[in-house]
Design a protein around this ligand. Structure first.
Ligand SMILES: NC(=O)c1ccc[n+]([C@@H]2O[C@H](COP(=O)([O-])OP(=O)(O)OC[C@H]3O[C@@H](n4cnc5c(N)ncnc54)[C@H](O)[C@@H]3O)[C@@H](O)[C@H]2O)c1
Length: 358
C-alpha cells in the first residue's frame, strides 16, 4: 500500500500518540510543526521527520498529503482552515472548536476543499465501542430509553493553570474535554437522535487555588501556580432527545467518589436488553429477558481491543478516507452538532435550568 505523508501540527502530549498510531496504520510522518520549535524538533527527531518552521512551510512540504491538528482548542479553527485551504486531508482533534460559529467556518472550508475532514473522536473507533455499535444497530436492544455515560477521574485535571483550564482557550473544562467523547459515543450508538434540551450542573471545586491542588495524574505538565483555572472540574448533563431517549453524562477531572462505586463506561438500557461496557475494555456485560428469566451475560471482545487498537482503527479509517475508499469515522457535521449541544450545556449550567439546543 502507498504510504500517506502526514504532517503533525501541535507537538504536545497527544501528538506522539498520533505519530505512533499513524505509523502503525500506513502513514509516514514527514513534517511536524509547533509554535514552540523545540517541541516540533523533539517529535520530528523521534519519528524521522522534518521540523517545519511554520504552518505554511509544513503545508508546502511536497510529501505532506494529510495533516493531524492537535493544538489547543482556540487554535483549531485557524489551523483547520489553513490545512483545508491547502487542499490537504485533515484529522482534527476534538472538540471541533470553541464555538458553533467557528465550526461553521471549518465546515465551509471543508466544503470548498479537495481535502477530506475526519474528526478525532477516537472513542468511536475503539473495537469495544464498535462491537456494541453492531449489536445496537442490529436492533438487539430494541428501542433505547436511557444511556448513562460516565468518565470520572478523582484527581486528573489536565495542564492545570494552562490552556486546558482557561475558558477563553479551551471553551470549558471536563465536559468539553472528556464529556465530548462520551456525548459523541452515546449519540453515535443511538443513531444521532436530535437533542432537544439539555439540563446541566457543573462544579468548580478542586482546580483553584492552584497551589493547593494535589494531583494523582497530570496530563499536560505540572500545575502553573500563577495560571488560570476558570472552568468546571466536574459536571453532569441530561440530554433529552427526540423520540424519548435521554442521555446522562457524568464526567469529572476531579471529584470525591469512593473507589469502585461508580464504573466508567456506557450503560445502555433498551426495551429488550441492557448493556454496559468500558470504552477501551475487554468485555461487554449484558442482560436480556429470555423465557421469563433475566439472563446476565459477559461477552469477551475479540483482540485487539484497548487504547492503541482504537487509535490504530481511527488512523486506518482516516487512511481509507484519504485514499478515497471510505467515509470519515466522524464527520465535520457531527463535530458541529456536538458543539451545539456543548453550547447548550454551558448555557444551562450558567442559568441553572434546562435550555433548548439551538
Ligand atoms: N483524542 C484524545 O483522546 C485527546 C487526548 C488529549 C488531547 N486531545 C486534544 O488534542 C489537542 C492537543 O492536546 P494536548 O494534550 O496535546 O495539548 P498540549 O498542550 O500537550 O499540546 C499542544 C501543543 O500545541 C502547541 N501550540 C499551541 N498553540 C499553537 C498554535 N497556534 N500553533 C501550533 N502549535 C501550537 C503547544 O506548544 C503544544 O506543544 C486538543 O485539542 C485536545 O483536546 C485529544
Amino acid at each position: 500500500m502507498i504510504e500517506i505523508g502526514l504532517g503533525i501540527v501541535g507537538c504536545g502530549g497527544i501528538a506522539s500518540v498520533h505519530a505512533d498510531a499513524a505509523r502503525r496504520s500506513g502513514f509516514r510522518v514527514v513534517a511536524c510543526w509547533d509554535s514552540q520549535p523545540q517541541r516540533a524538533a523533539a517529535l520530528a527527531s523521534k519519528v524521522g521527520a522534518t521540523a517545519s518552521k511554520s504552518l505554511e512551510s509544513l503545508l508546502a512540504h511536497p510529501d505532506v498529503n494529510a495533516v493531524a491538528v492537535a493544538v489547543p482548542t482556540d487554535a483549531h479553527a485557524s489551523c483547520a482552515q489553513a490545512v483545508l485551504a491547502a487542499d490537504k486531508h485533515l484529522l482534527l482533534e476534538k472538540p471541533m472548536a470553541l464555538t458553533v460559529a467557528e465550526c461553521d467556518t471549518i465546515c465551509a472550508a471543508a466544503d470548498k476543499s479537495r481535502g477530506r475532514l475526519q474528526m478525532g473522536l477516537v472513542c468511536r473507533s475503539s473495537p469495544t465501542s464498535q462491537h456494541v455499535a453492531r449489536l445496537v444497530h442490529a436492533g438487539t436492544m430494541g428501542p433505547l430509553d436511557f444511556i448513562q455515560a460516565r468518565g470520572v477521574r478523582r484527581r486528573g485535571i489536565p495542564g492545570l493553570g494552562g490552556w486546558f483550564t482557561t475558558r477563553s482557550r479551551s471553551g470549558g473544562g471536563c465536559m468539553i474535554d472528556v464529556g465530548v467523547h462520551l456525548m459523541d459515543l452515546a449519540l453515535h450508538l443511538a443513531g444521532w437522535p436530535r437533542v432537544l434540551r439539555v439540563s446541566a450542573c457543573a462544579a468548580s471545586r478542586f482546580g483553584s487555588p492552584i497551589a493547593q491542588y494535589r494531583s494523582a495524574e497530570m496530563w499536560g505538565g505540572p500545575p502553573k501556580v500563577d495560571g488560570t483555572f476558570d472552568v468546571e472540574d466536574a459536571a453532569i448533563a441530561l440530554l433529552r432527545c427526540e423520540g424519548g431517549l435521554s442521555i446522562e453524562i457524568d464526567v469529572a477531572w476531579a471529584t470525591n467518589i469512593p473507589e469502585g462505586v461508580a464504573r466508567d463506561g456506557l450503560l445502555l438500557r433498551g426495551a429488550r436488553a441492557g448493556i454496559h461496557f468500558e470504552i477501551f475494555g475487554s468485555e461487554v456485560r449484558s442482560v436480556v429477558e429470555r423465557d421469563g428469566e433475566l439472563r446476565d451475560e459477559v461477552a469477551a471482545v475479540p483482540s485487539p481491543f484497548g487504547w492503541d487498537a482504537a487509535w490504530d482503527a481511527q488512523y486506518r479509517c482516516f487512511g481509507e478516507l484519504v485514499h478515497g475508499r471510505g467515509a470519515a469515522a466522524a464527520t465535520a457535521r457531527e463535530g458541529r452538532e456536538l458543539q451545539r449541544i456543548l453550547a447548550a450545556f454551558y448555557e444551562s449550567a450558567a442559568l441553572g435550568r434546562e435550555t433548548e439546543v439551538r
